[in-house]
Design a protein around this ligand. Sequence first.
Ligand code: NAP
Length: 278
Amino acid sequence: MGKILDGRIIAAGIKEEISSFIKDRKEKNLQIPKIASILVGNDGGSIYYQNAQEKVALSLGVNFDKILLEENITEDFLIARINELNLDTEVQGIILQLPLPKHINEKRVTSVIDPDKDIDCLTNESMGRFYKGEKCFLPCTPNSVITLLRSLNMNLRGKNAVVIGRSDIVGKPVFQLLLSEDMTVTVCHSKTENLKEIAKTADVLVVAIGRPNFVDKDFVKKGAIVIDVGTSSFNGKITGDVKFDDVIEIAEYVTPVPGGVGALTTTLLIKNACEALE
Ligand code: NAP
């Protein structure tokens, strides 16, 4: 029987570091980081994430400016607002909640964020730095995957990793981070043939497809580490892509949903804002 790889425990350790960083700055009368989070319209998921970010930030003593804009604002208005935040020396991190309303060009708008304040790695410049291995803020969900793996203190160099999912926000950056750990990485997607056989070669299996309970133990090699990024609403509950009870019978570690990858992402976002200040 495998063990639970619990994101909440790791998040608690990082939160302690952030709290003591803020306490230290307050004692020395130094500037405290401030995050500006923009939400355009009423997307339910975005409202949930923005509220969660605000709660965690404030609980750690980080300033949080929640900017709520009407659904029907123009693209130029939003760009002007981001430019104001770029110039605001009080603000270290800018988060733009996605998706944006359909009449706004997401690529054009995200490209306006100052890369030095781009704490969720949304701009082309940040992504370019990320894929070239240059200094940048790591995108938070992929960073959460790699932080969970590193917490195990195992030597994974040269081991096989399989990522199921190739989205720009999860699958591809996870591939890049695993590769930078010197793992041998295979990326699978909806057109992959023999998915189960490939998944079964993985010492580390990362699943990010958005299909509840899709991966059962037939996909998993004995002793593998399984990281479940999926968060779908299923029978009224947040559910991962991995059939946890089944897979934990043969894996060495499995992340739960909730309480795995998602439990760490907001904390890592706030950590990025602290680093932006430094
Ligand atoms: P996405 O953009 O919809 O991408 C899904 C990927 O999965 C695609 O590459 C797709 O392949 C692949 N896929 C779909 N069905 C498949 C199948 N049957 N077999 C193999 N591959 C399949 O989703 P995403 O944004 O990457 O998100 C993935 C999941 O992670 C979602 O549940 C999302 O809610 C969750 N998520 C969680 C967090 C967090 O912090 N916990 C953050 C972001 C996302 P094709 O490319 O061929 O279509």
